[in-house]
Design a binder for this molecule. Structure first.
Ligand SMILES: [Zn+2]
Length: 192
């Protein structure tokens, strides 16, 4: 799936919105990614995960690890196509951890899969959990990357979509008087 096709697919499904949005950072942007417009539909996840699996297979992964919640969906389908298990990291009292009896073998080859990589924090937390569990992160895969993130690992990204955001004072959309939307409350919370 080429970058262009993926971008069109995201827009067609309402996963890549254009308008005037207040991001969770408090800054304003003309674009917002609502990843669950993709993740809610297996027929959309399947070809995206297939492309990730094609790119990640050469790292010879033995297991896929992702971060709850969106990562569970993507990790599961990517693992299905790679023929591996899929486990996930979740927060326990705010601390990322493997629960539910999930475990890794010493040196087990792990690919970490993420839906939308914004600051890379979630992926870094997942890598830390894997390494503390003695796994070996051989590569990272993501559907969308929103900023330059150096994870110190081979990283396969299907679409680079850099954030263009502004402080409220400098926002050109505010200056044009466009109504501000709050995707965090109106679009995300009910679904995440
Ligand atoms: Zn604004």
């Amino acid at each position: 799936m080429s970058d262009l096709h993926l971008r069109e697919e995201l827009e067609r499904r309402g996963a890549l919105l254009s308008g005037h949005f207040r991001l969770s950072s408090g800054r304003h942007s003309g674009r917002f990614v609502q990843k669950f417009r993709i993740l809610e539909d297996p027929s959309a996840v399947e070809p995206i995960a297939r492309e990730l699996a094609v790119r990640l297979r050469r790292f010879e992964p033995e297991i896929v690890v992702s971060a709850a919640v969106g990562g569970i969906v993507l990790g599961y389908e990517t693992a299905r196509q790679l023929g591996t298990l899929a486990i996930f990291v979740e927060k326990d009292r705010g601390v990322p951890t493997l629960r539910r009896g999930f475990a890794l073998r010493a040196g087990q080859r792990v690919v970490v899969v993420e839906d939308v990589m914004t600051t890379g924090l979630s992926v870094r937390e997942t890598i830390d959990v894997v390494e503390k569990a003695d796994g070996k992160v051989v590569a990272v895969g993501a559907i969308v990357r929103r900023s330059a993130v150096d994870l110190g690992r081979p990283t396969e990204v299907l679409l680079d979509l850099p954030i263009e955001d502004y402080s409220a004072e400098e926002c050109p959309l505010c200056a044009r008087g466009e109504a501000l939307q709050e995707p965090g409350s109106r679009f995300s919370s009910a679904r995440s």
